[in-house]
Design a protein around this ligand. Structure first.
Ligand code: SAM
Length: 252
């Protein structure tokens, strides 16, 4: 079901919601829009106790959080029937993972963060939004998720936004992929040097850089890139290396 144009609460919050969804090429139904608004309210409440994110009000929320979480998934948003398994590494206050759980009603999400208070808040928000059956929160380092029986080699998609340098994130994500799975790294700027470093970094993981997509956020909020890496074979058991090593000695 499509929502009416300019629902009052969203219209009051984000300058022009119709333009926002038009730029995305997808719009939430009434239930999804209600869940996105409920998530915003949850964030306000949790932020009073815990510094989860500063992007909570107006365009900060609807563009820099919601739109930015969703834009790389346009094609999936239009075929949400696929029961995909996704893992969001370094989810922080639940982005992009909770937004994807709302927008992809068939998907199962695992959200990983090593900070206990953030993981507990995200777990409580997922439960409050009625997502508890499809969302699992793990409080642990990504290097340990990549070695856990529940996570290693299990996911169709592994994703991360604003967690570490791209080669470091690749080492966190690729071991989590099932054969044929793909990793999606949300990046801001992306240069030719970044591209070369990434191509070198994914080689030992038996993965390949598949594509890089570019998006300008609405209202001049900046440029974003989605870097997609595909598992080309089984990731060697050596990876991920022990906690802290990927960041200290990045691949490539
Ligand atoms: N992804 C969220 C977003 O875009 O709003 C949060 C970004 S925040 C800057 C980075 C998060 O990654 C933090 O919550 C931090 O605890 C988590 N993190 C960093 N390294 C990690 C690791 N090795 N394992 C698990 N979580 C990690």
């Amino acid at each position: 079901m499509n929502v009416p144009l300019d629902p009052p609460s969203l219209a009051a919050d984000a300058g022009d919601p119709a333009a926002l969804w038009a730029a995305l090429g997808w719009r939430p139904d009434a239930e999804q829009l209600g869940a996105l608004e409920a998530l915003q309210q949850e964030l306000r409440q949790w932020n009073a106790r815990l510094n989860l994110t500063r992007l909570v009000e107006g365009d900060d929320y609807w563009i820099a959080q919601v739109f930015d979480s969703l834009w790389p998934w346009r094609s999936l948003l239009h075929s949400p029937a696929a029961p995909l398994k996704l893992v969001d590494v370094g989810t922080g206050g639940g982005f992009p993972g909770l937004v994807l759980a709302i927008a992809l009603p068939q998907a199962r999400l695992t959200l990983v963060d090593s900070v206990g208070r953030k993981a507990a808040a995200v777990q409580a928000m997922a439960a409050s939004l009625g997502l508890g059956e499809r969302v699992v929160v793990r409080c642990e380092r990504a290097e340990l998720s990549g070695r856990s029986r529940d996570c290693r080699g299990r996911f169709d998609w592994a994703l991360a936004r604003a967690v570490a340098a791209a080669p470091v994130v690749a080492e966190y994500l690729v071991p989590l992929l099932r054969p044929g799975g793909q990793a999606l790294l949300y990046r801001g700027q992306w240069s030719a040097a970044d591209q070369q470093a990434m191509e070198r970094a994914v080689l030992p993981l038996r993965a390949e850089l598949r594509r890089v997509e570019r998006q300008e956020l609405p209202s001049g909020r900046g440029v974003r890139h989605a870097v997609v890496v595909a598992a080309a074979g089984l990731c060697p058991q050596l990876y991920p290396r022990p906690v802290g090593v990927p960041a200290k000695l990045p691949l490539g």
